[in-house]
Design a protein around this ligand. Structure first.
Ligand SMILES: C[S@@+](CC[C@H](N)C(=O)[O-])C[C@H]1O[C@@H](n2cnc3c(N)ncnc32)[C@H](O)[C@@H]1O
Length: 209
């Protein structure tokens, strides 16, 4: 079990994770109007929230883990004091232009339909949800027995779970698209083509109707 501070230091020292985070932010920022407001759902230690706030986007943060939240309060101390990063609870009392869920947050949730229903009340019309999720097709995982064992489940059910403390689930994109309907539709899934066999994370963009 990592503390928030350990998570923070690990993620900021891993070149691979920094590159994935950079790709996520580069995909997100051009989609935002000036001063657009965000909810970072599963915000962790606030690495993204601080970056969004620095670009003029007030960012609401929801983070259920007390340890992660504790370090978010350290990392984003001045933004919280200035009101550009705003902590919210599980009832998500905010209205925003976009919701982000970076680094596998949605892999912790078994059924996304209630979440998309809730996010429909949070995201303004025309807004979106951008999520990065573990890519269930990435071939670098083929070396693991659990990956090969679960291929049948992935193709038959579009999902499988690990019986571990972390409670991680893996999903085919169409399962998320179905859970989002009718509140959001899956507008974009990337990377496309061969990238879906090599990228550890897939990015999904859901547009609110
Ligand atoms: C790998 S971390 C990513 C944190 C952050 N988004 C980032 O980019 O560094 C996954 C996060 O999902 C959070 N999480 C787990 N279950 C969740 C849930 N049901 N709702 C919201 N967040 C959740 C965890 O507490 C953890 O902070």
């Amino acid at each position: 079990m990592h503390t928030g501070e350990q998570y923070h230091e690990f993620f900021l020292s891993s070149r691979r994770d920094l590159a994935v985070r950079d790709r996520f932010q580069k995909a997100l920022l051009p989609l935002l109007a000036e001063k657009a407001e965000l909810l970072d759902f599963g915000a962790g230690t606030g690495i993204d929230a601080k970056a969004y706030a620095a670009r003029g986007h007030r960012t609401y943060v929801y983070e259920p883990s007390p340890s992660m939240r504790g370090y978010l309060q350290v990392h984003c101390r001045s933004e919280i004091a200035g009101g550009t990063v705003v902590e919210v609870g599980a009832d998500l009392p905010c209205h925003v232009d976009a919701v982000t869920a970076n680094f596998a947050v949605l892999n912790h949730i078994a059924d996304h339909a209630p979440l998309f229903e809730q996010l429909y009340t949070v995201v303004r019309p025309g807004g979106f949800v951008l999520a990065s999720m573990l890519n269930p097709y990435v071939l670098s995982d083929a070396k693991y027995g659990w990956w090969r064992k679960n291929l049948v489940n992935l193709f038959r059910h579009g999902a499988y779970s690990f019986d571990t403390e972390s409670g991680i689930h893996r999903f085919a994109p169409h399962v998320l698209a179905r859970a989002a309907t009718p509140h959001f539709h899956l507008e974009r899934l990337f990377p496309g083509g061969l990238g879906m066999l090599t990228a550890p994370y897939m990015f999904l963009l859901f547009r609110r109707g």
